[in-house]
Design a protein around this ligand. Structure first.
Ligand code: HEM
Length: 169
């Protein structure tokens, strides 16, 4: 039940983050939600980071994080890579945030002011945003591959793996 819940909360958060940021990253759409875009982005991104760290820790304890156990199937490798990539994307996001010298500071969940963890000059800041965006694009590709693997795969009972993941009861 916990695994199921964490999986679908992560999926919703990741899709929300991607759908509300990739359009503006490539100058195709304006950022949605006006002035609260950054607050929403930081808060949902940090929540995804925490849940992903928990999922990696749980997977390691329960032996599902097969990279660390010497055996691997393609779909397990894909899932593990997806978790590591989501973690890396969010960590880079956390590190690149720069508190503006003037203007509005952003808050996590409307309460905690977001700190600048590393002070970056203009060029490094732009590079970090590009890197963060690149990781986000790769994340989208892996999510699509992960969903496709779930549609293709059958469980021992002959059911499609994805439909069992959606409602296992
Ligand atoms: C896996 C989760 C995440 C994804 C997929 C993601 C995706 C993106 C994308 C595509 C952009 C570019 C948007 C644009 O330029 O309009 C962006 C910008 C940004 N993200 Fe994330 N992000 C994630 C997590 C985070 C986290 C956890 C933080 C920090 C706590 C964060 C902080 C930022 C910041 C500071 C920017 C730059 C805004 C700017 O100054 O232009 N992101 N993100």
């Amino acid at each position: 039940m916990l695994t199921w819940l964490l999986h679908w909360v992560s999926a919703i958060l990741a899709l929300f983050l991607l759908l509300t940021s990739l359009g503006s990253a490539f100058a195709l759409l304006p950022r949605p939600f006006g002035s609260i875009w950054m607050e929403l982005h930081l808060s949902t991104g940090t929540l995804l980071l925490i849940i992903t760290a928990l999922r990696i820790a749980l997977g390691t304890v329960h032996g599902q994080f097969a990279i660390l156990h010497g055996w691997i199937t393609r779909s397990v490798a894909l899932r593990n890579f997806l978790l590591i990539l989501a973690f890396a994307t969010a960590i880079v996001g956390l590190l690149l945030y720069q508190k503006p010298p003037l203007g509005k500071v952003s808050y996590f969940f409307v309460i905690v002011p977001m700190p600048t963890l590393i002070r970056l000059d203009h060029d490094w800041h732009n590079f970090a945003i590009g890197f963060h965006t690149g990781l986000a694009c790769l994340l989208l590709v892996l999510i699509i591959l992960h969903a496709a693997a779930g549609i293709k795969q059958k469980t021992v009972t002959g059911k499609v793996r994805l439909s069992e993941m959606i409602w296992p009861w």
